[in-house]
Write a protein that binds this ligand. Structure first.
Ligand SMILES: NC(=O)C1=CN([C@@H]2O[C@H](COP(=O)(O)OP(=O)(O)OC[C@H]3O[C@@H](n4cnc5c(N)ncnc54)[C@H](OP(=O)(O)O)[C@@H]3O)[C@@H](O)[C@H]2O)C=CC1
Ligand SMILES: O=C1OC[C@@H](O)[C@H](O)[C@H]1O
Length: 367
């Protein structure tokens, strides 16, 4: 019998709608039969009416059976809800996740997990002490195409030794001090919102390369702030993985766009593997072999892996399976990698002299 996972959706904005719609897609359409998803409740901090409209927007098939709340506190105390999906702005992830964990709920929280690594460490500690599942919703880690690329480079070694990985997520956001990307009070800035994707590509290619032995990279970085609100607008990281003698370049910007030709390029001794746009939702990659002199040989081979739906259901499936199996972390998105990712972003912000308002950076006194 399929395991049914009862979700509570915390917040009703853009990504909550996409995630909830994906939960409602019949898992058999992606070849999954061991688990099912149910949206048991949804909450909006604005009003219960907003939560009701959310159910209409996502076309919930059985809205009468789904509770709607006008506060997050009510949601986390709903006995039917097993796991909370946190979909608020970055500034609120830490408090919202703590609220859910303290109410005894498992949590899948949108990226970036928190504002800084100390907050992520605290969440991991609370989840562990309560025996609860906790995961940062880094959805790309669960894409079949990403798992295929990892198998090719780490197991089959089609590129041989990897020398360098370039990754970029840049999107144009019209300057607007109220938009969550420009607003420091909401944890805005390119690095936390966009940069986490190219950084994740570095983690899943170079950090996880067997030759690296899970050793953290040396970080050099440059961060440029927008004069509008002072959050970072354009940020670049150079990551030296000394153990395997490879370099990563991860870059992000909210004032220009990534080239559509490729957003990730993994360069090895036997070839290059490029991933075409989008960095956060890849649907194709291209392999081009090299000879012993480093020259390209033959024709590049493109592989398309189209996605139906948004593609957030794979991370949701992983959460459901973890709950079914009594696991407290997802194998593909472990908490120590979330902590390391946050630590690297902390270092980049420190190098660039960029801090969020004190109340956003704070860690609870009991941490
Ligand atoms: N995985 C992915 O591909 C994506 C992930 N994200 C991540 O999802 C999160 C939310 O982003 P997104 O959905 O685009 O944001 P939105 O602004 O569209 O939605 C955020 C929601 O959070 C709630 N909220 C609570 N407090 C506040 C506040 N003070 N200001 C604004 N909203 C508040 C609101 O819901 P309510 O009123 O119902 O409480 C609001 O609708 C971010 O962490 C972002 O990084 C975003 C886009 C894509
Ligand atoms: O996660 C995200 O994916 C792509 C962007 O649209 C968005 O700003 C970001 O939050």
């Amino acid at each position: 019998m399929a395991f049914e996972c009862n979700w509570g959706i915390l917040a009703t904005g853009g990504i909550a709608i996409k995630f909830a719609k994906d939960l409602l897609i019949d898992p058999s359409t992606r070849g999954v039969s061991d688990i099912k998803h149910n949206i048991a409740a949804a909450a909006s901090s604005s009003s219960a009416n907003r939560a009701q409209s959310f159910l209409k927007e996502i076309e919930h098939p059985n809205p009468q059976a789904c509770k709607t709340y006008g506060s997050y506190e009510e949601l986390v105390n709903d006995p039917k809800v097993q796991i909370i999906y946190v979909a608020t702005p970055h500034s609120h992830h830490y408090e919202n996740t703590l609220l859910a964990l303290e109410a005894g709920k498992h949590v899948c929280c949108e990226k970036p997990f928190t504002i800084n690594a100390a907050q992520t460490r605290h969440l991991a500690k609370v989840a562990k002490s309560k025996g609860l599942f906790l995961m940062e919703a880094v959805w790309i880690r669960f894409f079949p195409i990403v798992l295929e690329i990892q198998r090719l480079i780490h197991k089959e070694r089609v590129l041989g030794k990897i020398h360098r990985v370039y990754s970029d997520l840049s999107m144009y956001f019209k300057p607007d001090p109220k938009h969550r990307l420009y607003n420091p009070e909401l944890g805005g800035g390119a690095l936390l919102d966009l940069g986490i994707y190219p950084l994740t590509w570095q983690m899943i290619t170079l950090f996880q390369d067997p030759d690296n032995q899970r050793i953290a990279p040396q970080v050099t970085s440059s961060l440029m702030k927008t004069p509008l609100t002072g959050v970072d607008e354009c940020t670049t990281l150079i990551l030296n993985f000394e153990q395997m003698h490879a370099q990563g370049i991860a870059t992000c910007s909210m004032s220009t766009r990534t080239s559509r030709a490729h957003c990730v390029c993994i360069q090895g001794e036997k070839g290059d593997l490029t991933v075409e746009w989008a960095t956060y939702r890849p649907e194709s990659y291209t392999l081009h072999a090299k000879d012993a002199n480093g020259n390209f040989v033959g024709e590049p081979k493109r592989v398309d892996v189209p996605i139906t739906g948004c593609g957030m259901f794979w991370e949701a499936d992983a959460c459901a399976r973890a709950l079914r199996d009594g696991k407290h972390e997802a194998d593909l998105c472990p908490l120590d990698e979330s902590v390391l990712t946050m630590q690297i972003m902390d270092e980049v912000r420190k190098n660039g002299n960029f801090a969020y308002p004190e109340k956003l950076e704070a860690v609870r006194s009991d941490a």
